[in-house]
Design a protein around this ligand. Structure first.
Ligand code: FES
Length: 158
C-alpha cells in the first residue's frame, strides 16, 4: 500500500489532533495503528515533523515496542499464548509447529497476507492450555493437528 493521499491525510490529521498532548508520540502511534492497522514507514517523517522530533527518534520508539507493526496485518491475527501454563502444556512444541506451518516468526505476516502471528501472555484460558486466539475466537488444548485444522477453516472462511 503506498503512503499518499488519504493515508497520508489520515496520519497528518491524527498527528495534528494529538500533538499537544503530553507524551504525544505514543498516543499518535496507537491511533495511527488503530486506524490504518499499521504504521506506514513513510509516515514516520510526518509524525516526526508534527512533534519536532527526528525520524530516528520516532523510528526508535516504533521498533522498541513489538506491538507496533510497520507492515499491514494479515486478514486474521493468530495470537499464540506464551505464558506459563501454556508453556507447561506443550506450548513450545506447538509454537515451533505454528511457525513452521505458517513459514513466519512472531510479528510477521504470511506471504499470502492471510495470517499474522503474535505472541500473547495469557488468554485467560489456562485450564485448556495450550491456548490461542484467531480473530475473536479462542481455542484450547491446541495440538499441531488441531492448529492445522483451525487455520484451514479460518483460511477458507476469511
Ligand atoms: S497461560 Fe496460556 S491461557 Fe493462561
Amino acid at each position: 500500500m503506498s503512503y499518499s493521499g488519504a493515508t497520508q491525510t489520515t496520519v497528518q490529521t491524527i498527528a495534528a489532533a494529538l500533538k499537544a498532548k503530553p507524551g504525544a508520540l505514543l498516543p499518535i502511534l496507537h491511533e495511527v495503528q488503530n486506524t490504518l492497522g499499521y504504521i506506514p514507514a513513510d509516515s514516520v517523517a510526518d509524525i516526526a515533523s508534527a512533534l519536532n522530533l527526528s525520524r530516528a527518534e520516532v523510528h526508535g520508539v516504533i521498533s522498541f515496542y513489538h506491538y507496533f507493526r510497520d507492515t499491514p496485518p494479515g486478514k486474521q491475527i493468530i495470537q499464540l499464548c506464551r505464558a506459563e501454563s501454556c508453556q507447561a502444556m506443550g506450548g513450545m512444541k506447538l509454537e515451533a509447529h505454528v511457525k513452521e506451518r505458517l513459514g513466519i516468526d512472531y510479528h510477521e505476516t504470511t506471504a499470502d497476507g492471510q495470517f499474522s502471528l503474535e505472541p500473547v501472555y495469557c488468554l485467560g484460558n489456562c485450564a485448556c492450555s495450550p491456548a490461542m486466539q484467531i480473530g475473536s475466537e479462542i481455542y484450547g488444548r491446541v495440538s499441531p493437528a488441531s492448529f492445522d485444522a483451525a487455520v484451514s477453516e479460518e483460511g477458507e472462511s476469511a
